[in-house]
Design a protein around this ligand. Sequence first.
Ligand SMILES: *Cc1c(COP(=O)(O)O)cnc(C)c1O
Length: 407
Amino acid sequence: MSGHEVSLGNHDWLERYDHSLIRVFGTPSLVLDHGDGAWVWDVEGKRYLDLVGGIAVNALGHNHPALVAAVSKQAGQALHISNFFTSPAQIELAERILSLAGGPAGSGVFFANSGAEAIEAAIKLARRTGRPGLVAAEGAFHGRTTGALALTHKPAYREPFEPLIPGVTHVPYGDIDALRAAVTPQTGAVVLEPVQGEAGVVPGGTAYLQAAREITAEAGALLVLDEIQTGVGRTGTWFAFQQAGITPDAMTLAKGLGGGVPIGALVTFGADVTGLLTAGQHGSTFGGNPLAAAAGLAVLDTIERDGLLAHVTEVGDHLERRIEALDHPLVRGSRGVGLLRAILLAAPIAPEVAATARANGFIVNPVAPDALRLAPPLVVTREQVDLFVDALPMILESFPSHPRSQS
Ligand SMILES: *Cc1c(COP(=O)(O)O)cnc(C)c1O
């Protein structure tokens, strides 16, 4: 039950939303009340299978007992202290992240509250090399704060806020020669997503990440991997870079790390990189507070204890096989890694398909005009994925089927 005294429906709440919130998100599609695992319920009591997971945030799904217990326990001890002090939870989470990431001696973690803030810390790290240039990729999404926005590529996000910080070059994603040509002695860092999530779930691929590692090492620039969406088990390994067999100089985390409690992190690999930021050069009031740190520990513990990395690979591969086997004229296939996937449509109908899916009890994200993104909780089951794939032909029924392009 919602627990609200007056039981209002989606429509009534959304009307109030329109009169009380800055409309940067337009009008949301639903007013959600609560969830359990991969299920969520709206304020009218209608149930949905949540295949977006708060955009790759709800790693353990909703209402996971381990996360609820950890957050409740920490709330009864101390929600917040300040960075004049530290807490066992903060230190343990930093140690856990470094060990899972294989950070060598001297590696370190800075805790922030969001992805964009983790990127801001990475930009400051890059500035400390003394080289002002930054190289990012076309299609990149690194956040919306004004520093991070300079790295984000989409003109519609950037242009209303220019001038942004100077010195950023965008190169075609996946193009090794273009990357090599763009990195100069003035480049402080190359910042890349291992899989571009917001661009429509586009994997960079092993060869590209390995080349980025080589090019930056030769040039003396930092390689910063933005694992805000791909990290914390999303692709079937703790971090996506581990599948490419490389180690970056730094990595950013956020989304899945707190399982829904806001937290971000900049991870620096090795003493030389860690030492670029010294006392007084960065800070955050809330970053890494005991509540967020306890949530992060519960997420990492649960992923490990429940074998969720193998589960992500298994369910992700199952989803891919099911999509490939659909043989529907409107479905071109799928793209992605682990439980970060896009279903590719043969026409630019993704927003309408997502709306129809929602009406049928499935939450998916139209990440591009012709792509539906799935980033479900890591605990989603094969059976739940099957519910959606089985329903997809029915969901697509109201859309005219164009024959596959005949060449
Ligand atoms: C979501 C995201 C961000 C921004 O994170 P916020 O918490 O929204 O600031 C940055 N980079 C990537 C790859 C993301 O997916």
